[in-house]
Every structure is written in C-alpha cells, then in structure tokens.
Write a protein that binds this ligand. Structure first.
Ligand code: ATP
Ligand code: MG
Length: 446
C-alpha cells in the first residue's frame, strides 16, 4: 500500500535538491562576506518560546503552529521560524555575556506552519536567515538589508522590490494603536471574524488582513508614519536616505506590518515578479526588534534579522532561468562490459575517486544502449569501457562523450592521460569547484 506524503510537504530531489544546495551555498557565502557565523538550533522547542516571542496575536501562534504534548506531557512545538530559537540559544548559552557584541548568526533549516497549501506556501518549508544582536545603530539594520539585497544580486536577480515601513518605538506604536482603535471601532460590524479578534489583541494586525473588504478599510486607516515619535522618525529617515545614497530602490508601504509581534522600527520585505508575472509572495523578509531577547529572558538588547524562503527563491529562479549552473556534472562514467568486468570497473572507480575525479560506475551487466543512456543522464564527459579484451591486455577504452572519439590505452598510462585531458592539475581542480576563475575561492595559481 502506498503511503501518501503529508499535505503541504514535498520531497526535494534531483534538480530541485541541487537548486536548494546552490541557493544555500550562495546565501552562506554572502553571510560570510558580512561576517556571520552559523548557528544550528533544534527543530523542537517549548511552545512557550513562540507564544512569548512571535506573539499571541500573530497568525502563526493563533492558527499555524504544530504543537503536541510529548510523552512527558510537555507542550512542544515544531519551530514555525528560527529567530525565536536563536534568541533562546543566545540567552541560555549566555552568548551576550561571553561574546563581543554584536552576536551575528546565520541559520538554514526547515520550519513548520499549518497553513493552507498553495503556490509558494508549504506546511514544511526551509528558511535561510541571519540575526545580528547587540547593536542599536540604524546602520546595523541597513547592513542586514544590504546583505539581503546583495544575496539576491549574487543569486542573479536583476530587479527586486524592497518594501519597507517603520513600526517606530514603543511610544509610537501605543499612540498609533489608539488611533487605529478609534478608526476601526466605527467599522467593527463590517470586519471579518479574525479582525474582530485582532481589534482587541492587536489592531495593527487588521492592516495585514487579506479579506478584500478589510483591506479596503485598512487603506483609509491612519498611517503609522504620522504617529512616529521624532526620534523614531529620524531613525527611519536615516535609513531611507542611506538606501537612496547607495542607489537601492525601495517602496514605503504604510500597510506593511509583518506577521510577527516582535518587530519595532524598520521592517522590510523583498518581492519579485517573474518575467511572466508570477509572484509567490515575499521571497525574504525581516526587521528590527528591541525587546525580543528580553522577552525570552535575556537582557535588553536590540537586534535585526532577515529570513529568506528557499522554496520561494527556487520557484522564481527556476521560472526565470537563474539556476542554469546547477546541472549534474560527472567527469567519468566507468562501463563494464560483461559480468567479469564489474569488479574491475568497481576498483577502477575507486582509484579515480582517490584521484579527485567525479565518477559514476555501472555495477551491473547492462547493454551498450543502457550504458550510454546512463552516461547522458549523469552528464559524463568521458566514458571508460572495460570488457574481457581490455582485462586480458591490461587496457581500457577511453571515449570522449562529446566528440565521440575513442582510443585504447594501457591502464598504466590512464592517470597521466586523464590529467592531460582534464587539462593539468589546476583545470582538474577547477572543474571540481564549479566556479568561474574570477569568482573561485579555491586559490588555484593563475
Ligand atoms: P507570508 O506573508 O507570505 O505568509 P510571512 O510574513 O508569514 O509570509 P515570514 O514569517 O517573514 O513570512 O518568513 C520569511 C520568509 O519565509 C517569507 O518571506 C517566505 O519567503 C518564507 N515563507 C513563509 N511562510 C512560508 C510557507 N508557508 N511556505 C514557504 N515559504 C514560506
Ligand atoms: Mg505567513
């Protein structure tokens, strides 16, 4: 009996797996450029961590968490995002006391949200993100926004839409909340049942409602920017001015509030529309926070973070052909002809791998047709063919799969010939790191 995959989850293999790997590699390299270090936190956390950080009024906590009691009757939640776990880790490991500030971490891994599955929306998906904790300067916010912008450029995006807004400081938000309550109070009967609840716990959330009539209402609501305190306003203006100075285009969206309760000051989202007009929602998003660390038991330290959705990046990159460098490449496919040759092929493959060639070997008795089909499938450059004659003569047939030229070669000369064919040690190495010369970090001598 076949067993179905869980709704909203997906298997990632072949092209998609290579695409994910590539995306993660580029994102890690950019995080490295900005001097972030990796952190790995558990997938399961105490539920309380998310109710305290992501917030009781967020859709995530209200409707989307995978929460269960473990055998010891503890309420456990599969992480819906990674920021909270990173904060918990900073607090428990006292990183704020033992490390110089800021604490700069990047992470990558699966998240779980019980959402309605649709394009770009899964119940298990992967995020890559960074968090910088311990610096209040608005330049720290800018650094993370620019990291996000750079990451998308390195991934090959020509044009992305950066959407920003400021939620101000606590005082700004309290004033704004009052103004929103006054405004929405007159419309409460028209609002969806979710928004009626939002009205009481956090009226800012109403601005985020996707129900068309509520969205309409939100458009005419008071604007956060009119309620920013002078210092919050100055902070936001410094950020927009610096983005202008660096030629980074952005759009200010008054209704951008983001789905998590912990943000203050700048919040942002990166969007992208494919050439054919497909929009899978935000490909990356983040913001500044002031009381997240203290909320989970740490000191009052500000931070800023961004998280990208790997599935959404992959979807739009695939659509716009930005993943073309990720196909499989095999240097050599070793083909045994006949049962007896399998053992020879096996041992030859091991020798070649020990010499740093990427090798696939056939370990069964297959027809020529099947062998060449497989060679094509693994995108091999060369085939080494071994049959009874070759074994008897201590030879191998070497065939260039692009030119179709082939020669017999004494086994003793194989490695030196391969070295020549793959064009010196340097080229061989080059072939293995998959980088163009100018961007390769493998330090080959020019
Ligand atoms: P949305 O408004 O689309 O629900 P969000 O604000 O809930 O997004 P965040 O919590 O900011 O998303 O997560 C950061 C990124 O993770 C998003 O920009 C998106 O790329 C990705 N992401 C979020 N939820 C999902 C999901 N269910 N499936 C796939 N990717 C997701
Ligand atoms: Mg969401």
């Amino acid at each position: 009996m076949e067993i179905n995959i869980v709704k909203g989850t997906h298997d990632v293999f072949d092209d998609e797996a290579r695409g994910f790997d590539y995306i993660e590699m580029v994102l890690k390299a950019v995080a490295d450029l900005y001097s972030f270090n990796q952190i790995r936190t558990p997938i399961i956390e105490h539920t309380e961590l998310f109710t305290r950080s992501v917030g009781e009024s967020s859709d995530i906590v209200r409707k989307e968490m995978y929460t269960f009691l473990d055998k010891g009757d503890r309420s456990i939640t599969l992480r819906p995002e990674l920021t909270a776990g990173v904060m918990r880790s900073i607090v428990l490991n006292k990183l704020y006391a033992t490390k110089d500030l800021p604490i700069k971490n990047y992470y990558v891994g699966p998240c779980f949200r019980y959402e309605r599955p649709q394009a770009g929306r899964y119940r298990q998906f992967n995020q890559f993100g960074v968090e910088s904790v311990g610096v209040t300067s608005p330049f720290q916010d800018l650094e993370v926004i620019m990291l996000g912008y750079d990451a998308l450029r390195y991934l090959g995006f020509k044009k992305v839409n950066l959407v920003i807004n400021s939620l101000g400081d606590k005082e700004s938000r309290e004033n704004y909340r009052e103004a929103l309550k006054n405004y929405f109070a007159a419309h409460i009967d028209e609002m969806c049942s979710d928004c009626k609840e939002r009205f009481n716990i956090n009226p800012l959330r109403i601005l985020d409602c996707k129900v068309p009539s509520d969205h309409e209402l939100a458009l005419n609501a008071p604007k956060m920017r009119d309620y920013l305190t002078p210092s919050a306003k100055a902070r936001f203006e410094l950020i927009t001015k610096t983005l202008d100075d660096y030629g980074i285009p952005y759009e200010i969206d008054d209704s951008l509030v983001r789905g998590l309760d912990y943000y203050s000051h700048i919040i942002f989202e990166f969007h992208y529309q494919t050439e054919s007009g497909v929009d899978v929602g935000a490909i990356g998003a983040g913001g500044h926070y002031d009381s997240l660390l203290s909320e989970v038991g740490g000191p009052e330290l500000s931070g800023v973070g961004i998280a990208f959705g790997i599935e959404r990046l992959y979807a739009v990159m695939k659509e716009d052909n930005l993943l073309k460098d990720t196909e499989v490449k095999t240097d050599i496919y070793v083909m045994p002809i006949g049962e007896k040759a399998i053992e020879h092929a096996f041992s030859l493959a091991q020798v070649l791998r020990a010499n740093a060639y990427r090798v696939e070997v056939c370990l069964e008795n297959k027809s020529f047709k099947q062998l060449f089909k497989r060679a094509e499938h693994v995108n091999a450059q060369l085939a080494l063919i071994i049959g009874d004659n070759e074994i008897a003569n201590n030879e191998v047939v070497i065939k260039d799969l692009h030119t179709q030229k082939q020669v017999n070669l004494p086994l003793d000369n194989l490695l030196s010939t391969l070295d020549m064919m793959f064009n010196t040690e340097e080229e061989k190495h080059h072939g293995h790191c998959d980088h163009e010369h100018h961007e390769c970090s493998c330090h080959h001598e020019e």
